[in-house]
Design a protein around this ligand. Structure first.
Ligand SMILES: [Zn+2]
Length: 178
């Protein structure tokens, strides 16, 4: 997210250096009221969904906005007023209609390209899958069939596989279109 104008007083922002706890730092700041665009990473919740009623298969889904045939974890932004556990339970329900039976934290991962921090859970769920319009299709995978990608949620999937005694297999994705 980039700002051109101060959201507090509408003055054009400038790259200005100020002394911060870590020393002088150049950031987009407001020359009139000193508002600072900190540009902190946004928390994103992610779920490795294990289907308790489908022999422990893992659900990955393809986002309708993606061009390639890439399947990934269910993800969503955390909302104000909820815990991470409440947030991932809500996201799983909204995006797949599945009911969450249990949650375990896999880990926390940086995703610097999108300025996000990923909070990844192993989610055991059950029920009938009904995708939100954001998702084009889903596939179920046995753990040994999963392929991990070298970015935030892919490392979460790899760590979950390793913890379950599997050796994660990585794939390299084609370069992203501009
Ligand atoms: Zn201002």
């Amino acid at each position: 997210m980039s700002y051109r104008y101060c959201p507090a007083c509408a003055t054009p922002l400038q790259l200005l250096t100020r002394d911060e706890d870590g020393g002088p730092k150049e950031r987009m700041r407001c020359p009139a009221c000193d508002w600072t665009h900190w540009n902190n990473p946004t928390p994103v919740l992610a779920a490795v969904i294990e289907l308790a009623d489908r022999g422990g298969q893992i659900l990955l889904a393809r986002n309708a906005a993606w061009s390639g045939r890439m399947f990934a974890l269910i993800t969503g932004f955390m909302e104000a007023g909820e815990t991470p556990e409440e947030g991932i339970t809500r996201e799983v329900a909204e995006e797949t209609a599945l009911e969450v039976l249990s949650l375990d934290l896999i880990g926390v991962y940086d995703f610097q390209r999108m300025n996000q921090v990923i909070i990844a859970y192993h989610v055991v769920a059950h029920g009938e899958v009904s995708l939100s319009p954001e998702l084009a299709e889903y596939r179920l995978f046995a753990p040994d069939e999963l392929r991990c990608w070298r970015a935030g949620t892919g490392y979460a999937l790899a760590d979950w596989l390793t913890a379950r005694g599997h050796v994660p297999q990585f794939i390299d994705l084609p370069p992203r279109a501009a």
